[in-house]
Ligand binder design. Structure first.
Ligand SMILES: Nc1ncnc2c1ncn2[C@@H]1O[C@H](COP(=O)(O)OP(=O)(O)OP(=O)(O)O)[C@@H](O)[C@H]1O
Ligand SMILES: O=C(O)[C@@H](O)C(=O)CO
Length: 414
């Protein structure tokens, strides 16, 4: 069984959906489960909210997840982080990778954020978003983990205890045997991690074969998809469900370039309510006020949207005025309280959330133990159904989906 440790909830549903699409049975657990695994599955994805926590907390959460996966029969482990390598100079990708390698008594793994279907590619160890470097993309303005360098070796070296080498494109296209040779060479030269170039899916297919014997693999969901395809013998997922129509809300806390476009497109069509940071920071009843506003629109044809999403200039002003962390926490707490009332008192059954941190806090507050994985709305964004309740969610990563994502997701409901 493949055990995946994902550093946020949208990232978890991203990889889970690709595992299911590629023929594996899979459940997504919210945090480290308290009970043993109930169903026999090919893969378990544990969602953590560990991307932006202090390093020691991220390590502790990840090791707890690892221990649970090990106790429940996993034989290979995947550390899933963002396809845009969201992290700071302190971590958490490097320290968590190191802790997992140590727990496995191992000393080598790969670094593969590539997700070509969503425009994330790696060449000469540089990460691209579409046709520009990561550091020139909207990610340079990220509220929590601004990415100002695109060189994965440098990024990894700054936050980990070992050295990072490269398996270059010219080697990858020679096939899995050559990639494995490169692993041996890099290890002999004292490297602990290898960034592997992938400019399209063909390289991920090669790499999936080359990492088959590694105890720990790390990356985005792209490599996970090809590992699943290899494990399932090329089967395609069946029975991915689509949820039923019902009261729905859109909660958007991502400030990514794509989410800004999606929010603007949706504002023109549906009731939309701006979540104001100052009110979130100063007014203890703000979530209740938003709740009273949202419920007015729950029976409209398109779901109401509450959004904190702002363009980069406005985000910088807000952060300069209130402090980035304080603003983020106030917004996340407001979304969490609002989501809870919408579920418990207003009977909302479908939640569409945008942003990894935002989705994580909402899901944690709603308290589900885990999810079944449904049909993809966009690459990396599936519909999810709670294991223990009749509630469905779409947890959209910041930059995923097309401009009409919020409306399109609702259009799928049966
Ligand atoms: N108007 C705002 N002012 C300040 N901070 C904001 C504002 N709107 C959102 N934020 C904060 O920015 C952060 C956005 O992170 P989040 O992970 O939710 O989105 P994302 O990074 O775009 O998504 P992903 O991680 O899936 O790529 C959250 O902590 C959120 O609270
Ligand atoms: O890999 C990605 O880009 C996403 O799954 C993600 O992790 C966003 O939070």
């Amino acid at each position: 069984m493949l055990g995946v440790i994902a550093d946020d909830f949208t990232g978890a549903s991203d990889i889970a959906s690709f595992l299911v699409e590629n023929g594996l049975s899979c459940v997504q657990m919210n945090g480290v489960p308290k009970a043993p695994l109930a169903d026999k599955v090919d893969a378990v994805v544990i969602s953590l909210k560990s991307r932006s926590n202090p390093v020691n907390e991220a390590i502790e959460q990840s090791l707890n997840a690892f221990n649970w996966l090990k106790a429940n029969g996993c034989s290979q482990y995947y550390f899933k982080y963002c396809s845009t390598f969201d992290s700071t100079e302190k971590g958490n990708i490097g320290p968590v990778t190191d802790a997992l390698l140590d727990a496995l008594n191992d000393d080598f793994t790969v670094i593969t954020p590539a997700l070509p279907v969503n425009g994330r590619t790696i060449f000469n160890g540089y990460l691209f978003v579409g046709d520009i470097l990561l550091s020139e993309s909207g990610m340079r303005n990220h509220p929590i983990t601004p990415m100002k360098d695109a060189n994965l070796m440098r990024l990894m070296d700054a936050q980990s205890k070992g050295k990072t080498g490269l398996v270059a494109y010219s080697d990858v296209i020679q096939g899995a045997a050559r990639v494995k040779e490169r692993f041996v060479e890099l290890k002999a030269q004292g490297y602990r991690y290898a960034v592997v170039d992938a400019v399209d899916n063909a390289q991920l297919a090669v790499l999936a074969e080359a990492v088959a014997d590694l105890k720990l693999v790390t990356g985005g969901s792209g490599l996970g998809a090809y590992m699943a395809a290899r494990l399932s013998g090329g089967q395609k997922g069946v029975n991915a469900f689509i949820p039923a129509k019902g009261k729905t809300v859109v909660l958007s806390g991502s400030c990514s370039v794509m989410t800004n476009k999606q929010v603007n497109a949706y504002k023109a069509k549906a009731a939309s309510i701006y979540l104001d940071v100052e009110s979130a920071l100063t007014n203890a009843n703000y979530a209740d006020e938003l709740y009273r506003e949202v419920v007015k629109y729950l029976d409209e044809p398109l779901a109401p949207m509450v959004y904190a999403t702002v363009p980069p200039e406005q985000l910088h002003e807000i952060q300069a005025k209130f402090g980035g962390d304080k603003a983020s926490h106030a917004i996340e707490n407001t979304f969490a309280k609002l989501a809870q009332r919408l579920k418990n008192e207003a009977g909302v059954v479908n939640f569409i959330t945008a942003g990894g941190e935002t989705s994580s806090i909402v899901v944690q507050q709603l308290g589900f133990t885990g999810f079944h994985i449904g049909k993809q709305i966009a690459p990396g964004v599936p519909w999810l159904k709670a294991l223990d309740e009749n509630i469905s969610l779409a947890l959209k990563s910041g930059n995923f989906g097309k401009e009409d994502f919020f409306e399109y997701a609702q259009g799928m409901l049966l």
